[in-house]
Design a protein around this ligand. Structure first.
Ligand code: NCD
Length: 324
């Protein structure tokens, strides 16, 4: 078997499991397209027909409201049918294997699988087994990858800062357990970020050698000083052995982003968070809701980015079909 590729034999995007190896060009092209799907507040949401006749299956084995709704709205607004499965509640517990489930859904003409799983490798495994016309998109894989989140984070920074070259971007908190941080690292690096900082207590730092090129900081004060972008992460309690779970009060006191600390960053710095937020643990409510927060814009951008990705893989599927 050929080594796994997210691209078809013409080099066009077919699956999206990771942003690793994406060029700046490939990323910019998706982000430019996403920009077309944004509307001003109060205007009707963007719609299209690119997914007319297509069926999207959302398979989420971890709880998620926002990413699932975001993919669902993106697909519906482009004309797709959508089916949502929480597989732990359905076939897995009845002993059906992942592939049985996938082949069953494929037999019902599901064309795109959107998969979130706590186990590494599920998305790629499915992608290696589906029919040629089918695409697999990751909606979050273990602690490893969350590609559409990385794209929406990059889009948000471009909207507010115009480019990456001169920026200091600080990624703060539970970097170790964060797929959001890993995808952010990949996409910001590909786009040529000026300085990327990872800012975390020792226990929440990734392994040495991971995220080469990023500067490591062991205190939030030093880590966000003069930053242009402060990207906070959720404490991933579900991925920590009990012993590693910091006391919420202590954590907020030492690592929480409050108003006083935010003053250390550049005055025009933006504050990001992928959600769901633990208010008064990693971020103060008044910062999350404050004038520098772009957290809701991230959510808006999420739908646009997912529309762009869905549209692209379906266009590429049509090109493969027409070439036959
Ligand atoms: C993130 C996730 O689930 O990976 N959230 C999200 O996709 N909206 C971040 C997180 O849960 O910390």
């Amino acid at each position: 078997m050929l080594p796994f590729s997210q691209f078809d034999r013409h080099g066009r995007l077919r699956h999206l499991i990771t942003l690793e190896g994406f060029s700046a060009e490939q990323i910019r092209e998706l982000l430019e397209r996403a920009q077309h799907f944004l509307r001003r507040p109060g205007e009707l949401a963007a719609r299209g027909h690119a997914l007319a006749g297509i069926t999207v299956g959302n398979i989420f084995t971890e709880p998620s409201t926002r990413t699932r709704s975001s993919f669902e709205l993106a697909a519906r607004r482009l004309g797709a049918d959508v089916i949502n499965l929480e597989i732990m509640l359905s076939s897995r517990v009845k002993g059906e294997t992942v592939l049985d489930t996938i082949y069953t859904l494929q037999a019902m003409a599901v064309d795109v699988f959107v998969i979130r799983d706590a186990e590494p490798g599920v998305g790629q495994f499915v992608a290696e087994h589906v029919a040629e016309h089918v695409s697999v998109l990751s909606a979050g894989e273990a602690h490893l990858s969350h590609p559409t989140q990385g794209l929406l984070d990059a889009l948000t920074i471009l909207q507010f800062k115009g480019g990456f070259r001169d920026l200091v971007v600080a990624v703060v908190g539970d970097v170790r357990h964060s797929r959001v941080a890993r995808s952010a690292y990949q996409v910001f690096t590909a786009l040529g970020v000026g300085e990327l900082r990872i800012v975390a207590p020792d226990a929440l730092m990734p392994e040495p050698g991971e995220m080469p090129g990023a500067k490591r900081f062991g205190s939030i004060e030093a880590g966000i000083a003069h930053a242009d972008v402060v990207m906070m992460l959720r404490i991933q309690k579900e991925r920590m052995a009990d012993a590693a779970i910091p006391d919420p009060h202590d954590y907020f006191a030492r690592w929480g982003l409050n108003r006083a600390r935010l003053k250390l960053a550049r005055p025009e710095a933006i504050v990001m968070h992928p959600g769901p937020m633990n208010r008064e643990i990693e971020i103060a409510g008044e910062v999350a809701d404050g004038p520098q927060s772009v957290i809701r814009q991230q959510v808006t951008n999420g739908v646009a980015v997912r529309m762009a990705v869905l549209e692209r893989v379906i266009q590429n599927r049509n090109l493969r079909r027409d070439a036959r």
